[in-house]
Design a protein around this ligand. Structure first.
Ligand SMILES: Cc1ncc(COP(=O)(O)O)c(C=O)c1O
Length: 397
């Protein structure tokens, strides 16, 4: 019998992955996944983009490419990031195989088994998995409506071994849905200044805003003055073109970039050239910006359908807040309630969501749940939310 490594033996399938098989059954209404809607993918536009490429470009799409990414995409992406105000000087972009790979590379660059890393609570499950796979001990800091709790963060920095980094998702958080306030971002930078603890700023959803007046709040911390804090900024094409491209990026200070590039070399040599060629063409032609505007408006409608339905059907004791972008709404049940029981009832009734404990690195908080509206039509939302509300009533009264 083969003997697996300690790190492979410690790996567990996530509750989300297990639920996804259930969610794909035809008659279940799933609010569980964080996947963009199939019917919104820009199939014809991408076909047209490919047909419009030169023969040389089409051939390069089938070829291996440089580890750091295809030069043309590095250039067009850099221009796009510059427009967001991101600072390029002293930093470099690495194209990664999804931004999930960027998190894995950073974990491998910084973490030795037993090292402590800090995250938000709740936290994106893929990040927890990536950090744990590198042997990290994950300590989480609670979020409120404005962002990470600075007081608890200061306390965590002042006790125990020095954390290797802090990971945050300030823009339409997965799973909490929140958008950080401007003041909180500045306080966070001030708190880390001079600590020698790098900040990983995950911006997978920032382009999916519903209210143009939020633009200032969406300015990344990497784009704000942050002397004395090393910021590794990650982003993704998954929500603005499609996760099937498996393309993301890391913008990091030179030295951190260098380590990550070396680790990537031994991991997959390069990200898919095929989709890099397409992503580059999508940026340069302006197609991507047009597509992003279309999906912003579609997701805004879906979010509104869900908040309207929640308002009408949920008992008053359930707390939740209006999403300003992204894919998710976070529900808090009364203290002592068990969202796992609600999930059982909801599944019996024909609908599914993800329990909040899945996103709790310490795994102890049981009274929260994540609903996503991205992959449902308003009609499905209208049918599914009363079933969720009924399941909550059955369990919590
Ligand atoms: C917050 C966050 N970061 C990163 C990712 C990884 O995305 P990808 O690897 O598709 O770029 C996701 C995926 O859902 C996410 O929600």
């Amino acid at each position: 019998m083969a003997t697996f490594s300690r790190s492979a033996s410690a790996l567990r399938s996530s509750a989300i992955r297990d639920l996804m098989s259930l969610a794909s059954q035809p008659d279940i209404i799933s609010f569980a996944g964080g996947m963009p809607a199939n019917e919104l993918f820009p199939v014809e536009e991408v076909e047209e983009l490919f047909r419009g490429l030169s023969d040389r470009e089409k051939r390069s799409a089938f070829q291996y490419g440089p580890t750091q990414g295809l030069p043309s995409l590095l250039e067009s992406l850099a221009e796009r990031l510059r427009r967001k105000g991101l600072q390029m000087e002293g930093n470099r972009i690495l194209i990664t195989t999804g931004s999930q790979q960027a998190l894995n590379l950073l974990a491998r660059a910084f973490v030795d088994p037993g090292d402590r890393v800090l995250t938000e609570r709740p936290c994106f499950i893929g990040a927890i998995a990536a950090f744990r796979a590198a042997g990290a001990e994950v300590r989480s800091i609670p979020l409120d409506a404005e962002g990470i709790d600075i007081e608890t963060l200061e306390k965590a920095l002042g006790e125990g071994p020095k954390p290797k980094f802090l990971y945050v998702t300030p823009y339409f958080h997965n799973p909490a849905g929140i958008l950080y306030g401007e003041r909180r971002k500045r306080e966070l930078i001030d708190t880390l200044r001079g600590s020698g603890i790098p900040l990983i700023e995950d911006d997978a959803y920032g382009d999916l805003f519903f209210h143009p007046e939020d633009r200032d709040r969406l300015i990344p911390m990497q784009a704000l003055p942050h002397d004395g804090v090393e910021i590794c900024y990650t982003g993704s094409f998954s929500k603005i073109l499609g996760p099937g491209l498996r393309l993301g990026w890391l913008l990091a200070p030179e030295a951190i970039y260098g380590k990550c590039e070396l680790i990537k070399q031994s991991s997959d040599a390069c990200s898919p050239s095929f989709t890099q060629v397409l992503a580059d063409a999508a940026i340069r032609s302006g197609m991507m910006e047009g597509y992003v505007e279309r999906v912003q408006s579609e997701y805004r409608d879906r979010a509104r359908a869900m908040t309207d339905a929640l308002r009408r059907h949920l008992p008053d004791y359930v707390e939740w807040s209006e999403p300003r972008g992204g894919f998710y709404i976070w529900l808090t049940l009364p203290e002592g309630a068990d969202a796992a029981r609600v999930l059982e009832k909801a599944i019996e009734a024909g609908t599914v969501f993800v329990t909040g404990s899945t996103f709790d690195p310490e795994g102890v908080r049981r009274n929260t749940m994540r609903l996503s509206y991205c992959n449902n039509t308003p009609e499905e939302i209208e049918r599914g939310i009363p079933l969720i509300a009924e399941a909550i009533r059955e369990c919590c009264g």
